[in-house]
Design a protein around this ligand. Structure first.
Ligand SMILES: Cc1cc2nc3c(=O)[nH]c(=O)nc-3n(C[C@H](O)[C@H](O)[C@H](O)COP(=O)(O)OP(=O)(O)OC[C@H]3O[C@@H](n4cnc5c(N)ncnc54)[C@H](O)[C@@H]3O)c2cc1C
Length: 492
């Protein structure tokens, strides 16, 4: 692994002042909470974007109150503080781009299920997969399921408003947050909502924190809404002659008011990658065709009617369909979806994993345009995604050592962002802005919209100490210092 980039110093602060502030913080909170050893600084210097800047210290609180102490001192002296969960964000949003202190929330990780109220009381550092398992143990279901759920924290999910495969039917993280506790950037403790499902007392600042990417407050605790575990599941794989037919068919499915729990699209390039990695053909006789994978979930009675509707739809719209007869067979089909993203590295050693959204009505136009982009850029651009909420992962593959391909990838991503905005979609459906998407924020928002966001930021964080340098300041990410690192979640 290469060394992380030099620590940047916050505008009015010298290295000496930062070192003495860190020492003072250490005296206050203790050497077990304020870490300055090489390994801790290195590990907190980057996230999954691999952009790297070394902090001066990593603060790993064991008690919630320590965060208030930290933020008050950071404001007094002017030290940047970057909150961090597990660092799985692909956008560089957890990188301490202006140095200072990283606030690592992983130590606050309790989970308590209230089976009567159907609520989960969790701390920010709790792992999302562990929350789902704890809920399932009591017959409850927490649907938001980013593919990184085995690793990422609920605090990171709330800060990014994470989505996943269940978004179309159940919603995203925002739809399950009942209440939050935490600290304002200035260090005061606040509670947004209570453990009741209804709360209309005052401005809804809970929702302002959701998706604020660690820039408007530090989340310490959350109350999450749970739903009953579905009693039964049913999986169907459908194939199509081409991408346009697949998208058209998806619209017909939703128009028939069928609400699959999961409805995943893989274009022919994604299917080819998965087939090569798994050394199998998904539909014998029909290799490399685009597919839609559907899962229905509910009671046996609900499933019976929905199954009939989906099978009739498949007969009328798909080139082929295959029903999983057992849970094990269903798992084999879902393995295709899980393997496709990692398998794309056959097509290049670098990937721009975009998470755009496109309105349902523009699906076919987008498919045609994407094929033109492939031809024009000369790059492989395998695409898959969550059809019911229009959230597509467009993966621009290139080779890092080939300058021509790097330039083509840079141009292709700009063209993609312009296109989705023109179609009425979004430059990000679930990953957020961080550092990687700052050059495109102005395509999505006009000056008044950005001004309003900056005014909110300034009102809550007048000294600009919480996760500075993100969202509004355009970063040339292609030139940012990087580390060569591998993660346990690579190729998932
Ligand atoms: C293999 C892989 C698959 C992924 N799949 C999905 C997916 O399907 N859907 C999806 O939405 N995302 C996905 N992601 C992106 C990422 O996992 C999510 O954004 C996740 O929410 C980040 O959680 P984290 O704990 O790793 O947070 P971090 O990466 O540590 O931080 C992310 C942001 O949240 C802020 N933050 C973290 N904790 C707090 C807190 N307690 N208070 C305030 N701010 C905080 C940070 O400052 C930063 O801005 C994937 C990433 C990978 C690597």
């Amino acid at each position: 692994m290469r060394d992380a980039g030099e620590t940047f110093i916050f505008p009015d602060m010298t290295k000496k002042q930062l070192a003495s502030a860190t020492l003072a913080m250490r005296r206050k909170l203790g050497a077990r909470v304020v870490l300055t050893d090489d390994a801790s600084l290195e590990a907190a210097s980057f996230d999954s974007s691999r952009i790297a800047v070394r902090p001066a210290a990593v603060i790993r609180p064991t008690k919630r109150e320590q965060i208030g102490v930290l933020l008050k001192m950071a404001n007094k002296i002017g030290v940047p503080v970057t909150p961090r969960g597990r660092g799985t964000t692909l956008m560089g949003s957890a990188v301490p781009i202006q140095g200072g202190w990283v606030l690592d929330l992983m130590g606050l990780d309790t989970i308590r299920i209230d089976p009567e109220a159907g609520l989960a009381h969790v701390q920010a550092g709790a792992n999302v997969g562990a929350i789902q398992d704890a809920a399932a143990g009591q017959g409850w279901f927490y649907p938001p399921d980013p593919s990184s759920k085995q690793y990422c924290t609920i605090g990171g999910n709330i800060a990014c408003n994470a989505g996943g495969m269940h978004g179309g039917k159940y919603g995203v993280t925002r739809d399950f947050v009942v209440a939050l506790k935490g600290y304002l950037p200035t260090g005061e403790f606040v509670e947004w909502g209570t453990a009741t499902r209804k709360f209309a007392a005052g401005f809804n600042l809970r929702d302002l924190w959701i998706g604020s990417e660690g820039m408007l407050g530090v989340i310490t605790d959350a109350v999450l809404r749970l739903i009953p575990q579905p009693a039964a599941r049913w999986t169907l794989l459908t194939s199509f002659a081409d991408e346009v037919s697949a998208f058209r068919a998806a619209r017909a499915l939703f128009a028939a008011r069928v609400q699959p729990a999961i409805c995943e699209f893989l274009d022919r390039y994604s299917v080819q990658c998965a087939e090569q990695a798994m050394k199998t053909t998904i539909f014998p006789g029909q290799p490399g065709r685009p597919v839609i994978l559907i899962e229905l979930a509910g009671s046996e009675a609900e499933l019976a009617d929905a199954k009939k509707a989906v099978l009739a739809w498949a007969e009328a719209n798909a080139a082929g369909h295959r029903e999983a007869q057992t849970r094990a067979e269903a798992e084999t089909l879902w393995a295709v979806r899980r393997k496709c993203s990692g398998a794309m590295f056959q097509m290049g050693d670098a990937k721009l994993n975009e998470d755009i959204t496109v309105p349902l009505g523009a699906y076919e136009d987008f498919a045609v345009w994407l094929e033109q982009l492939r031809a024009k850029s000369g790059l492989a651009i395998p695409t898959f995604g969550h059809l019911a909420d229009g959230n597509l992962h467009v993966n621009i593959m290139y080779h890092k050592a080939v300058a021509k391909e790097c330039r083509a990838a840079e141009k292709a991503v700009l063209a993609l962002m312009k296109k989705v905005v023109a179609l009425g979609g979004a430059i990000s459906g679930e990953h957020g802005i961080g550092l990687a998407k700052t050059p495109f924020l102005r395509l999505q928002h006009n000056a008044a919209q950005i001004g309003a966001m900056q005014a909110v930021k300034h009102a809550l964080d007048p000294k600009g100490i919480l996760n500075p340098g993100k969202m509004f300041e355009v970063v040339e990410v292609w030139k940012a210092p990087r580390v060569v690192a591998s993660f346990p979640w690579d190729h998932k």
